[in-house]
Design a protein around this ligand. Sequence first.
Ligand SMILES: Cc1cc2nc3c(=O)[nH]c(=O)nc-3n(C[C@H](O)[C@H](O)[C@H](O)COP(=O)(O)OP(=O)(O)OC[C@H]3O[C@@H](n4cnc5c(N)ncnc54)[C@H](O)[C@@H]3O)c2cc1C
Ligand code: SF4
Length: 559
Amino acid sequence: MAGPSHFDAIVIGSGFGGAVTAYRLAEAGKSVCILERGKAWAPGSFPRTPAESRAALWDPGGGLHGLIDVWSFRRLFAIVASAVGGGSLIYSNVLLRKDERTFVHEDLRRDGNERWPVSRADLEPHYDEVERHMGATRYPFDVAPYSLTRKTRAMFDAAEAIGAPIELPKLAITFGNPGMSPRPGEPIHEAFPNPYGSPRSACRLCGECNLGCNSGSKNTLDFTYLAEATRLGAELRARCEVRDLAPRAGSGYVVRYVDRSGQVDGEKVDTSSLVHLSITADKVIVAAGALGSTFLLLKNRETLPALSSRLGERCSGNGDLLTFLTGAKERKRGELVARSLEPTRGPVITASIRFDEERLFYLQDAGFPDFVAWLVESAHAGSAISRAARLLYRLGSGWLGIEQSPDVAGAFADLIGACEASTSSLPLLGMGREFPESRLFLDARGYLEHESPPSARSRSRAYYERVRDGARQVADVLGGQLLDTPLWMLGRGVTVHPVGGCAMGRNADEGVVDSFGEVFGHPGLYVADGSVMPGAVGPNPSLTIAALADRFAARMLRA
Ligand SMILES: Cc1cc2nc3c(=O)[nH]c(=O)nc-3n(C[C@H](O)[C@H](O)[C@H](O)COP(=O)(O)OP(=O)(O)OC[C@H]3O[C@@H](n4cnc5c(N)ncnc54)[C@H](O)[C@@H]3O)c2cc1C
Ligand code: SF4
């Protein structure tokens, strides 16, 4: 790719940490190059049909350049993003601040687990700034026709019965234009043309947020920070994957990457044959996500010899625990009937119940798209057989001339049934202060590996039992049952929030970067993403990742 070969700063990765840093540096007049391995996705381009769905996955060697990357380790299954805008394209839009009392200062030499070298007060102005850029807003439940969705109402009922506080978290979604009544699907008025030149419209409540929003209602990083950074002159090189990183003679760093922009989707490629390109910068900001940044630094340990021996440590899945509430019921006119939670209506997450315990945790509704509801119904095919038999009898008797009305729409409606299996189900997403006791490292073949204590020896065992109890309480209040994921039953956690690996600390004995993200022993090299967390964030981590990046960038500009 032609273009300048030296920059004030190179940012590796365009997720929350990378996009915020790139914007702040570009705003200050610095020359910035953002290298992102994934593609840009305009509204309307996100795969939806069964035939397209393979294209949503990331396996470049196999010809797939999709936005979802999946890692399967022995005890952990992790889902992360690969796209311009990183995790913002597939996340559930929740922006929650880390609780003040969880910025703990435990003594790591005396069996402590976490030491946060920043406080909530340090982050407060940065939280405000990020929320403003991301257009964070609460779900407009009090405005018709949005109104409180049934799943949100169910979460409020459960929280009230359990006696736990609940909130409608801020979401980075556009529900309507400023000063006007929010209206699903109305065209969004943008101050500047967006990078795709595509129309965007207000949230249609379709529950597809984790697949990419085809109506452009999510205020993802490509519409916010990255669009602003490029308007200010930052250069965004998509489909460019960084492989190597080394100090440059004199000062600064050399970054080597492969450019896949010429590759055709669907065509397999021998990745070892790709041409490597080099560019240099005074400062390099590694923001490839908790797994990506840790992997990159582990692979480049030889050329970065001063890296802390703590690299790869203090990892966690942010205490994620996914369970399924099924068969919710309610009493109507004295009878116990299925309770419709309408899990497919609304943004994926709308409510967050807080369990204010020693290891604080949260439970959130996790809605799903319509096609998942059809899958749930087809898994309950047994009850459809008798309905199909009734329909056949009804059609057959008409054809045989047995006196019947020829209008059979009602018989087809009977075949579809009430679809109670899907409407009375709701995934519950738990997350919170798991202990950061797992580690990332390279195996003998150079692959990224993850190790954590088996659940019997894990300090987080009681934490996970408590989250499961909390989810069971919610299921009990709503008259349903609680199911685990099959992976959990096999002793494997599932996380969408991996954090840690390049943890902040006061020195290289405690962490990999300082409290401003600069790597110990390598001046001018920074890490700014979920990997810098010295422990679980607690709530969904993106806002804290972005706020820390905003703080790091402010310091870079003063240095
Ligand atoms: C289904 C789902 C729902 C979620 N919901 C929420 C939510 O509601 N709220 C919340 O706070 N969090 C949520 N998350 C988590 C959130 O997406 C992540 O915590 C967040 O994106 C992490 O930000 P980051 O900057 O650390 O990395 P990322 O956002 O993952 O960005 C890293 C970027 O670096 C790129 N990259 C990696 N390696 C390289 C390389 N070698 N060269 C170039 N580029 C590279 C990747 O392609 C990626 O774009 C969710 C995640 C998922 C999967
Ligand atoms: S609910 Fe649908 S329209 Fe609204 S933000 Fe999510 S994907 Fe976009």
